[in-house]
Write a protein that binds this ligand. Structure first.
Ligand code: E4P
Length: 230
């Protein structure tokens, strides 16, 4: 499963990129606005931090196919590398997806709430579809079930489109995506920390340290190797 960071905060991106095996960054207009920074320097800085090989999904703010296609070209030129234009699913968005995918600009169709939206976006040429798991759970739907069915449908029709599950509020929602075969998740840095953290792990580490010190004091393995070698 691909792990993507859902933020435009450069400190968080730098930290996650250093410590976690992340595959890229996603943003949307809300996430970008949250940073209150000049847009172009911000996206250029994010690209510099993650490098050209990691995915960078940036959402269009345009609403007509013509304007969306124009933004796709302009953003591709500015950020380069593994760039994906996020387009909310709509008739204009699908028209733009068909044009851009034919031109070789990769598209992530976003704000997906139904299986048929995802299938149609995949047929239009989207590389990823992004169903909103938590927002589905909030309307008493089942976000993970929708992801599972979209994944099965895309595999069934052998469409070269991956499922990038988005909109998470807890670890359980993310875990369920890995059990239903979702291709990718995009999650906030604080949720990534929660995926990794478990208090029992720290209890175990404390016990290891105490047992080691009871015999070897504060000597590290490296120090013992140096002493052994003389
Ligand atoms: C992905 O990039 C989506 O825009 C994002 O995950 C939506 O999350 P939210 O439902 O918490 O706003």
């Amino acid at each position: 499963m691909l792990y993507i960071i859902d933020t435009a905060n450069v400190d968080d991106i730098r930290r996650c990129n250093e410590f976690y095996p992340i595959d890229g960054v996603t943003t949307n207009p809300t996430i970008i606005a949250h940073e209150k920074r000049d847009f172009i320097p911000l996206i250029k800085e994010i690209r510099t931090i993650i490098g050209d090989d990691k995915m960078f999904h940036i959402q269009t703010t345009a609403t007509t196919a013509e304007e969306i296609v124009k933004e796709g070209h302009e953003l591709q030129e500015i950020v380069g590398g593994e760039f994906y234009l996020k387009i909310p699913v709509s008739p204009e968005g699908l028209k733009a997806t068909r044009i851009l995918s034919r031109e070789g600009i990769k598209v992530t169709e976003t704000a997906i709430f139904t299986q048929q939206q995802a299938l149609i976006a995949a047929k239009a040429g989207a590389s990823f579809v992004a169903p909103y798991v938590n927002r589905l759970d909030n309307i008493v739907s089942d976000g993970a079930k929708v992801v599972e069915e979209i994944t099965e449908i895309l595999h069934g029709y052998k469409l070269p489109c991956k499922v990038l599950a988005a909109s998470f509020k807890n670890v359980e929602q993310i875990h369920k995506i890995s059990t239903v075969g979702g291709d990718a998740v995009t999650i906030t840095p604080d949720l990534f920390d929660k995926l990794v953290y478990h208090p029992l792990t720290y209890y175990a580490i404390d016990d290891f340290e105490k047992d080691w010190e009871s015999i070897y004091g504060d000597k590290s393995i490296s120090e013992l190797i140096s002493e052994y070698k003389g």
